[in-house]
Write a protein that binds this ligand. Sequence first.
Ligand SMILES: Cc1ncc(COP(=O)(O)O)c(C=O)c1O
Length: 407
Amino acid sequence: MTYEELFSASKQYLMPNYGRLPIAFAKGEGCFLYDLEGKKFLDFSSGIAVTSLGHAHPAVTAAISEQAGQLLHCSNLFHIPAQTKLAQLLVENSDFDQVLFCNSGAEANEGAIKLARRYAQLTYGPEKHEIITFHNAFHGRTFGALAATPTPKYQEGFAPLTPGFAHAVPGDMESVKALYTEATCAVMLEPIQGEGGVIPFAEEFLQELRAWCTEHQVLLIFDEVQTGCGRTGTLFAYQQFGVIPDIMTLAKGLGNGVPIGAVLAKAEISKVFTPGTHGTTFGGNPLVTAAGVATIEIVKEPAFLQHVQETGAYLQDALQALVQSYDWVKEIRGLGLIQGIVVEKPVANEIVKRCLDKGLIVLVAGANTVRILPPLIVEQQQLDQGVSVLKQAFQEQDQAIQSAATV
Ligand SMILES: Cc1ncc(COP(=O)(O)O)c(C=O)c1O
């Protein structure tokens, strides 16, 4: 099938909800992807923070192949050894006691919302249901997660939205307090807003919020779908903010490419999910949890996380040159290997396309941020290669901006 045939068939048979770039990949290896015509790309997107160990990592491939040859699926009516093992790995390396598995980030957040409501209603009374989330957040596209995501472009056309959500200003404790009512049961946030533009919450704000939640018997939920599983240089981002949430959600990097999500909580909270209260057919099945075990066994190692911290700091430093070179580049922000280049003009999309033409895959986040999410196995030499392409793309963009200004 040629590219032209593929694009035309995709257009005919697939719903038009994705704005796809005109490329298809045939295979991946480590930090690199190869398209149908054999062109090589350096992948600094990791499938949007998913393939942290790179493409076709031998340990994950072996775990999947072995599990597929034995037992692909078995329902949660039975015990699933790989699921139990992955839960144990997550619990032993976090501050939570129990895990629930599902199939995506949105579904993990649905699980967290249901868990918070049920815990609060059984513990404090039936009026407890409201969840405070933050402007510019992204929690997913299902109805609960969408109501938690107060950006018009995601919500438009889907009314009526799930009730019971209120939205505060990021970093503004007074706006959280102003939304508090007798019905408030939880506050939910991404420690670094990913889709919103790689915007970290300040540590002092999170600490103040943690204390306020405890004082008001409000649960604190961290959506670590994008920041979890080593992306920021610790296994979970919360471990760097000096706060422990009551509930945490994971997905993306948890299985290096298989569809998996998870909700983690203290036993005091998770005990309200008694048999029959929540569930999903595929959640935590043998195949995806075998991949999850293989992934987390590598990512949790201190030397691996140290590598993420070092390469992240190196990348952030190297990107600073862009801020120094162009007055329309505002700042570099992020933690570990989630970094954003914030631009003042609406040119993030153009920069991403320029990079793609030169064989580098990066992403847009929010209205004006170029987001960089290399695989966590990335080496300094590959970072240099990527940064050099970025510098060329920014230089071209600067020329385009200058010539537009003189017209
Ligand atoms: C922080 C966060 N939460 C939730 C989601 C939704 O995850 P999924 O696309 O797997 O449903 C995403 C996806 O980008 C995310 O970044």
